[in-house]
Design a protein around this ligand. Structure first.
Ligand code: NI
Length: 254
């Protein structure tokens, strides 16, 4: 069944029909969803939310855009959240030089601290990196070795994808692979083995074609899987099966 490795159902875009939509996941072929925290607040609301749904797990972490909320006290309180059941990864964490919401130094500081936290807790990491390829790679080489996890919503070159794969990381592939202008990601998918790919929505964002621009949801991963299947020359079923196996391994659910 479909494993959505990266979703944000705590978004207000789901406020009107969250229950109904999540109740339809099974019939849409979705077996597992990991709801990922991004803001400091979400590190508290997301672990709470997933307790209600047997097929959902949580990741807790502070997105680079939100690192202004962190200090020693809030960091310690966030850390406590990992004692909750079903909190299975640290994320999303990383660097974002596109929005450039916080200084690069601050982003780097909390990225490193959260990588160290993952090591302490023996949990995989979910990496967000936008227009920060070189700095992310440098920090991952220094602090991320052997942690395991995914470079989510991968937007860099196939050479860099190979480098992460060699380091034992998975490459997160979402709706962009169905876009006409998604050539770079298609090349990445062609380059790396299917055993190193996990599927994701990043919903409510980045819906695949034919829903591009609309609200995304985990059932639409089928279209992302179809695009991957076409590139790889295998069946959609095989893509869904292998990426589910990969995701379970990555999150330690196998
Ligand atoms: Ni995300």
């Amino acid at each position: 069944m479909i494993f959505d490795t990266h979703a944000h159902y705590d978004s207000s875009q789901f406020d009107e029909d969250r229950e109904e939509l999540l109740a339809s996941m099974r019939e849409q072929g979705v077996g597992t969803i990991v709801n990922v925290g991004a803001s400091y607040e979400s590190c508290f609301t997301v672990p709470e939310m997933v307790q209600k749904y047997p097929f959902m797990y949580a990741a807790a972490g502070v997105h680079p855009d939100e690192t202004g909320a962190l200090n020693e006290e809030t960091f310690a309180r966030m850390k406590e959240q990992f004692q909750k059941e079903k909190v299975i990864a640290v994320g999303e964490i990383g660097l974002d030089y596109y929005w450039d919401n916080e200084s690069h130094d601050l982003q780097k500081k909390w990225f490193i601290r959260q990588l160290e936290l993952a090591r302490e807790l023996s949990l995989p990491v979910l990496i967000h990196s936008r227009e920060a390829a070189a700095d992310t790679m440098q920090i991952m080489k220094e602090y991320g070795r052997g942690l395991g996890g995914v470079i989510h919503c991968f937007s860099y070159s196939k050479e860099m994808a190979q480098e992460y794969v060699k380091m034992g990381y998975y490459i997160g592939v979402g709706g962009v692979v169905t876009f006409k202008n998604g050539r770079k990601l298609k090349e990445v998918v062609a380059e790396i083995p299917l055993t190193s790919i996990v599927l994701e929505t990043d919903c409510p964002y980045l819906a695949p074609v034919p829903f591009r621009g609309k609200r995304n949801q985990s059932g639409y991963i089928r279209y992302t899987a179809e695009a991957v299947a076409e590139i790889k020359g295998v069946s959609v079923e095989e893509v869904i099966r292998q990426t589910e196996e990969n995701a379970k391994k990555m999150y330690g659910l196998a």
